[in-house]
Design a protein around this ligand. Structure first.
Ligand code: SER
Length: 313
């Protein structure tokens, strides 16, 4: 195997578990983790780790040269809710980090790039149910705007310069290892933490807010699968719709109650309700399923049991 992998944003919610998975698959020494902050001991000491600001091109280039990197997974980003508080910072991080990596790939320093987009690239005018791969996209958050612009840049660099960049539009990702940093779907993780510690939960979205979601194991599988697929199978070079499950706060609450019958949830929607209302409820990912064989394996029930089992340990 000749891959030398760099994960930027390796200490984040997805980065942490992706790094561990890629180290299992490609060998610890072949997977370099980098982040602006330090992370868990498991992540920092199981292989090479570098402190790196993803918006500093010279620093990024230095690391890529030092380790003779072939594949970059660019996971550093500011999420939707916190992005509304710091619009300039969100735009700067989300956009400049991508342009730096695409440029280095164009100059032949990297062979393959993974960059995550999001369901947040859709907006209030997009169809809400079974949102197609190709449809109206008018995102209304800074995060969503940066994701849509990023998708256009990915396609541009593929068409113009042949950069092998691959991307998926993640739904809300549910996990227990590392908490997300300020997204609108974070309620679906917070609710589990409260349940296992026998506390009540006040949800910042209304009980009937349906959103597309996915368990981390499936998100990691999708990421590995799209990167391992033969290049000829990757026909969409902006970003693929990806979906697994969808639920409302009331539905996940009911599921958790099967494990904790006394668990109480109240609802007090805040500014994140407006963000959630602008997103799809269920996404059609048939193109990803057809092109590179995407398939999910966790439903709401299986995810709930696994979350509770791991969080209670
Ligand atoms: N989980 C993200 C957020 O809520 C969506 O991509 O911002």
């Amino acid at each position: 195997m000749s891959e030398k992998i760099l994960i930027i944003g390796s200490c984040g919610q997805i980065g942490t578990e992706l790094t561990i998975k890629l180290r299992e698959l490609y060998g610890n020494d072949n997977v370099v983790a980098a982040d602006i902050n330090s992370g868990s001991n498991e992540l920092m000491y199981s292989g090479p780790f570098e402190i790196l600001d993803a918006t500093k091109k010279d620093d990024v280039k230095k690391i890529i040269k030092k380790y003779k990197i072939t594949d970059v997974y660019l996971m550093a980003a500011m999420l939707s809710a916190v992005g509304e508080k710091f619009p300039e910072k969100a735009w700067n991080l989300n956009m400049n980090s991508l342009l730096i990596i695409l440029d280095l790939a164009k100059d032949g320093l990297i062979k393959k790039v993974f960059w995550p987009s999001s369901m947040a690239a859709f907006g209030p005018t997009s169809p809400k149910v079974d949102t197609p791969q190709m449809t109206i996209m008018e995102p209304s958050t800074v995060y969503g705007i940066s994701k849509l612009a990023g998708e256009r840049w990915c396609e541009y660099y593929y068409q113009k310069f042949g950069v092998d960049v691959r991307s998926i539009r993640y739904p809300g990702i549910i996990s227990w290892k590392t908490k997300p940093g300020g997204g609108t779907t974070d309620y679906a993780i917070d609710i589990f933490y409260k349940a296992v510690s026998h506390e009540d939960y006040s949800c910042f979205l209304s009980e009937d807010t349906r959103l597309p979601m996915m368990y981390m194991d499936d998100a990691i599988k999708a990421t590995v699968d799209i990167m391992q697929a033969d290049s000829s199978k990757i026909k969409v070079r902006s970003s693929y719709n990806l979906s697994a499950i969808d639920f409302t706060p009331a539905e996940v609450y009911q599921e958790i109650k099967n494990h904790y019958p006394d668990f109480k949830v109240t609802y007090s929607p805040d500014f994140r309700q407006v963000i959630a209302d602008s997103w799809p409820q269920r996404i059609d990912d048939s193109v990803a399923r057809k092109d590179w064989g995407w398939n999910h394996s966790f439903d709401l029930e299986k995810m709930t049991s696994d979350m509770i089992k791991n969080l209670s340990n």
